[in-house]
Design a protein around this ligand. Structure first.
Ligand SMILES: Cc1ncc(COP(=O)(O)O)c(C=O)c1O
Length: 388
């Protein structure tokens, strides 16, 4: 990696959004921030108690385990078994991560050489392409089919020949698309046929509604020959600030990530791992009220947008609505109109790649009544759109 690869990367759109938001705040404007998907709910009590115990434990003065604390991998393995029926070897098939964003970046960096291709969904969580560029590798964007599946036929044979890694994300941020186990099985066999490491980003494993349960790619028989899956406590347990996640699956890939990481770090904070241990141990009690709150918010926001004339369906999963920018605005023009007018902060679609242009994302990170207010303000600005 060189400074050249860093300078080849365009500025992070969320940074730009932050700057624009802060300018408004500095000017004294009160804002409704539904831009970044940062949970506003509290850390669960049982997790706070575990963190308090860990903080008071004088025996935790040493460096963490390189791979993971055994209590953490035991809790994660039990969770994967209970939730997905997936049996994991807690030593060889699991690794603690300080967040799945960092983990996905490290997976890409430890599995690509300069010039390799990484297959990335055309609308994507930014780290997929950015870590690829940092590695000196080349992101090749795979288009979506209308139903949200990836159009694998569209990948050029020359790109496929150079591809080492493929990343998928269902339920998707920002698209909210979901996947069936049958479609996961197709991705696994595609990865196997073309010698790819399949990275499945399962950041929204628990945030699903109306009886829909999110599947794991590791439920596909033989998936762990080619696939790893990242999970995080950030969304499911309101723990984004704690920075605790894990990767599970293909043991050779986990060993390679471990080898890479041992050169640059000391593993993940023991305190964070013990917090994660409490979260996964008590997932059955913690998750339902968090999901119920997001469901209330989703219903309120969808109803208010529909009342404002938007053609929008309630997503089955995630904490987002992914909406078209009204005619008459470009992406930043629309974001600025909402920011400078009613003070609503949304994320422009281009934060998620060129194919996201023409859309914007609203996050369910405010109470239902505030989302209803935001929806009315968004609809009013849309109705006053300049003539194209
Ligand atoms: C799809 C997706 N993956 C990964 C992450 C990062 O999560 P973490 O907090 O574990 O780094 C996010 C956060 O918004 C996300 O939306």
């Amino acid at each position: 990696m060189s400074l050249n690869s860093l300078s080849a990367i365009p500025p992070y759109v969320f940074y730009e959004l932050d700057a624009r938001r802060n300018r408004q705040r500095a000017a004294g404007k009160s804002l409704i921030d539904v831009g970044i998907g940062s949970p506003d709910g509290p850390i669960p009590d049982v997790v706070i108690e575990a963190m308090q115990r860990a903080a008071a434990d004088r025996a935790l003065s040493g460096y963490p385990y390189f791979r993971a604390h055994p209590a953490y991998t035991a809790a994660v393995a039990a969770y994967m078994q209970a939730r997905f029926g997936v049996t994991l070897d807690p030593v060889a098939e699991l690794l603690a991560l300080a967040g799945s964003k960092e983990g996905i970046a490290e997976l890409i960096l430890s599995h690509t050489n300069p010039g390799d291709v990484v297959l990335v969904p055309e609308v994507y969580y930014p780290v997929y392409a950015r870590a690829t560029l940092l590695a000196g590798a080349v992101p090749v964007f795979v288009p979506f089919l209308p139903d949200g599946r990836l159009d694998l036929e569209a990948v050029a044979p020359a790109d496929l020949a150079r591809a080492r890694v493929m990343i998928v994300n269902y339920p998707g941020n920002p698209t909210t698309s979901t996947i069936s186990l049958q479609d996961y099985a197709q991705l696994v066999s595609f990865a196997e046929r073309h010698g790819l490491l399949l990275i499945s980003d399962l950041a929204y494993s628990e945030l699903s509604f109306d009886g829909y349960r999110v599947p794991s790619v590791l439920q596909v028989p033989g998936a762990s020959r080619v696939a790893v899956e990242t999970h995080t406590c950030s969304k499911s347990f309101n723990m984004a600030g704690v920075r605790i996640a894990f990767v599970a699956g293909k043991r050779e890939a986990i060993a390679q990530l471990d080898a890479y990481r041992s050169n640059i770090g000391y593993g993940v904070s023991t305190l964070a791992q013990l917090a994660g241990t409490a979260a996964f141990t008590h997932h059955e009690a913690i998750v339902p009220p968090i999901v119920a709150e997001y469901r209330t918010r989703r219903n309120a926001l969808v109803a208010a947008m529909q009342a404002g004339g938007w053609d929008v369906q309630a997503p089955q999963a995630t904490m987002y609505l992914w909406l078209p920018v009204p005619a008459g605005y470009d992406d930043w023009g629309w974001v600025d109109a909402l920011l400078e007018g009613p003070g609503v902060v949304v994320t422009p679609g281009i934060a998620f790649g060129e194919a996201g242009r023409g859309r914007f994302r609203v996050s369910l990170v405010q109470p239902a009544d505030v989302l209803t207010t935001a929806a009315a303000a968004i609809s009013a600005i849309a109705a006053a759109a300049p003539t194209p």
